[in-house]
Design a protein around this ligand. Structure first.
Ligand SMILES: Nc1ncnc2c1ncn2[C@@H]1O[C@H](COP(=O)(O)OP(=O)(O)OP(=O)(O)O)[C@@H](O)[C@H]1O
Length: 246
């Protein structure tokens, strides 16, 4: 995956241990990986293999017990909470399974919220490009409750992109969607990468979802257990079977 240039995101020998003594759990056990700019990477692994911990450490939501996380040239471990919050707000986009839109705001207000929180005005051209790109231009005045699940997730993707983040982190973004709608959201994420030049890292349990990515990183027992380029659902499922239950 390291094919030249500074990776958008880098983990160096990241270990994360929860608890201490007899109750200590090693959730990540020396993970080193670079996520290339302009790539779409899925992270998969059996339940408890460390996927959420990986994403949380990458996002600066959780601090590694040892090792480093770098967003571009910035080492997250060197930042105080306030700077980390600011970094998350401006340099990382988040997409969650449950969309996490604010119900009292309309679509446009939800999309532009990260800019307002940062005290900045959204760039009109970029906003237009995103709104058109996710196909939500006709719904800008609507509230989230008036939209389908797929439309809400497309709004969430637009919101994740508004600050032109260096990386978009997606946690089971299609987990709550039916197969057809999930496909549309995955195609959109792929478009965001291939046509808008964004970088997406997505945790998923679903081999079909993972196959939308350029490559899949596998985790097992907190360790990297391989990388599958040009994944197909069948090859992903086969690798998962070899890693144990999923
Ligand atoms: N806050 C915590 N305190 C203690 N142990 C934790 C905590 N968070 C996670 N763990 C443990 O760390 C390990 C990795 O958990 P993690 O949630 O990262 O796995 P996962 O691959 O995302 O699992 P799943 O697919 O079931 O969501 C598990 O053994 C889990 O029980």
């Amino acid at each position: 995956m390291n094919t030249g240039g500074t990776p958008a995101l880098r983990l160096e020998a990241v270990r994360k241990i929860y608890g201490s003594g007899d109750g200590a759990v090693t959730a990540l056990d020396g993970v080193s990986v670079g996520i290339q700019r302009g790539s779409f990477t899925a992270v998969m692994g059996p339940s408890g293999s460390g996927k959420s911990t990986f994403l949380h450490c990458a996002a600066g939501l959780d601090r590694p017990s040892s090792g480093k996380v770098l967003l571009g040239e910035t080492e997250l471990g060197g930042l105080r909470e306030r700077a980390l919050t600011e970094l998350r707000r401006t340099r990382i986009g988040f997409v969650f399974q449950a969309y996490n839109l604010l119900p009292s705001l309309n679509v446009l207000q939800n999309i532009t919220l990260p800019m307002r929180l940062a005290g900045k005005k959204p760039d009109a051209r970029w906003l237009r490009e995103i709104v058109d790109g996710v196909g939500i231009a006709k719904r800008l005045e609507h509230r989230p409750a008036e939209l389908s699940g797929g439309q809400q997730q497309r709004v969430a993707i637009a919101r994740a992109l508004i600050t032109r983040p260096e990386v978009v982190l997606a946690d089971e973004p299609t987990g709550a969607l039916d197969t057809r709608t999930a496909r549309q959201v995955l195609d959109l994420l792929r478009t965001v990468v291939d046509q808008m030049g964004q970088t997406v890292l997505m945790v998923t349990h679903d081999p079909v979802a993972a196959s939308a990515a350029h490559g899949v990183l596998f985790l097992a027992d907190g360790k990297l257990a391989g990388h599958l380029p040009q994944p197909t659902p069948e090859r992903v499922a086969q690798r998962l079977t070899h890693l144990g239950e999923w």
